[in-house]
Design a protein around this ligand. Structure first.
Ligand SMILES: [Zn+2]
Length: 326
C-alpha cells in the first residue's frame, strides 16, 4: 500500500507562528528604471494595460497604460538586500550562509530561504569552502513571503532619454578609442505612487525579522541601474503627516486591507481609499495608531499604522540584525 505524506515538511518554530502583512504606498522621488525588454537599442520599462472601468464617447472601454513595479522585481531587490547584508567577520550574509541567487541553499536553518523559499533542481556539488557543501541534494522550499501590488496610480507613460556610457578617460584626442557608448532608456516619471503589499504566512517573529529588514533596506535600492530609491509616501493620517504604511500581525484577518485598485488613476482617490481601509478593524473605525483584538490572552489581530508601523518594522529588523549581523 502506498504511504502518503500529509505533513508540510516544515520544522516546528521555537515559538508561535503568525501571519504578517505590510501595506504601503511607495513614491519614486526621482525617475526610475525597472527593465522589461530591449527593443531596437531602447531599454524598455515594464508597463501594464488597465481597463479603467469607464467608457469613452463612443462607448468603448477606456484602457490606460501604467508603469509597473512588479512584485517579482521587488522580491528580487529584497532578497539581495539580505544576501548582501554585512556581517561582523567582514563577509556578506549570503557568503556566510552559502546562499545566493540563483543558487539558494534551501536549508530550513537559512534566515533567507526559510522565508523567501529556495530551489535546488538537481543534486549539485558546491565549491570548496562554501557552507552547506560539498554536496547539496535536490530540494524545493516554498517561500512563505509573497509580494503584491506595484501598478502605478497615475497613468503617465514612461519617458525615453538618451544616455551614454562614458569611458573613464578625462581627456582624449578626437578619434581615439574608447568612445562613449550611447543608448536609449525609458524611465518612470518622478512622483509616481505605487501601492504595494507583502504577506508572510505562518512565520515566527524571529523569522519575520528577515522580511522586515528586507522591506526597509530594499527601499533605497529599488530600481535597476541608476538612479535608484523609493520612499514611503506621506499624507495626513490620524491628524498629521505620516507614512502611508500599515503593518498587521494576526491569527485572524480582521483588518480591512488597504489595497488600492489598479483602475484608480487619481492620487487623491488612492490615498483616501488607503487611509479609509487602514483605520478599519473588525468593522469598526479606530482613531488609534495601534489597534488590538484579543481572545483571552492571545492578541488575535494587531495593526500598527503610519509612524507606529514604521517603528514596529524597524524593531523586527533590529532583532534580525542583532542575531545575524551585529
Ligand atoms: Zn538560503
Amino acid at each position: 500500500m502506498a504511504v502518503i505524506q500529509t505533513s508540510t515538511g516544515l520544522q516546528g518554530a521555537e515559538s508561535r507562528r503568525w501571519h504578517f502583512d505590510i501595506y504601503a504606498i511607495l513614491e519614486g522621488p526621482q525617475e526610475l528604471y525597472f527593465g522589461h525588454e530591449t527593443q531596437v537599442n531602447v531599454n524598455m520599462v515594464e508597463t501594464v494595460r488597465i481597463d479603467t472601468g469607464q467608457l469613452d464617447e463612443d462607448g468603448k472601454p477606456i484602457v490606460v497604460e501604467k508603469c509597473y513595479l512588479s512584485p517579482t522585481k521587488r522580491r528580487g531587490v529584497e532578497r539581495r538586500a539580505l544576501i548582501w547584508a554585512p556581517v561582523a567577520d567582514g563577509r556578506l550574509l549570503g557568503d556566510r550562509l552559502g546562499c545566493g541567487i540563483p543558487h539558494t541553499c534551501t536549508q530550513q536553518t537559512c534566515p533567507i530561504c526559510r522565508v523567501f523559499g529556495g530551489l535546488i533542481t538537481s543534486d549539485v556539488e558546491v565549491g570548496e569552502g562554501v557552507p552547506g557543501g560539498p554536496k547539496r541534494k535536490a530540494m524545493t522550499f516554498i517561500g512563505r513571503l509573497v509580494h503584491g501590488g506595484g501598478v502605478a496610480v497615475q497613468a503617465i507613460e514612461p519617458s525615453e532619454k538618451q544616455r551614454a556610457m562614458h569611458p573613464s578617460v578625462l581627456h582624449k584626442e578626437p578619434g581615439v578609442d574608447p568612445t562613449p557608448t550611447p543608448f536609449k532608456r525609458q524611465y518612470h516619471e518622478p512622483a509616481l505612487l505605487y501601492p504595494v503589499s507583502n504577506h508572510a504566512m505562518s512565520v515566527s517573529e524571529g523569522e519575520f525579522g528577515a522580511a522586515a529588514y528586507a522591506f526597509l533596506e530594499s527601499l533605497a535600492r529599488m530600481g535597476a541601474g541608476n538612479p535608484k530609491g523609493m520612499r514611503v509616501y506621506e499624507a495626513p493620517l490620524l491628524g498629521r503627516a505620516q507614512p502611508l504604511l500599515v503593518f498587521d500581525r494576526y491569527l485572524v484577518p480582521l483588518g480591512k486591507r488597504p489595497i488600492v485598485s489598479p483602475a484608480t488613476v487619481e492620487t487623491a482617490v488612492a490615498v483616501a481609499g488607503f487611509i479609509e481601509a487602514a483605520v478599519q478593524v473588525g468593522g469598526e473605525v479606530s482613531e488609534k495608531p495601534v489597534v488590538r483584538r484579543q481572545e483571552g490572552d492571545v492578541p488575535v489581530f494587531t495593526r500598527w499604522i503610519g509612524d507606529h508601523a514604521l517603528a514596529k518594522l524597524q524593531e523586527y529588523a533590529l532583532e534580525f540584525a542583532k542575531v545575524y549581523l551585529v
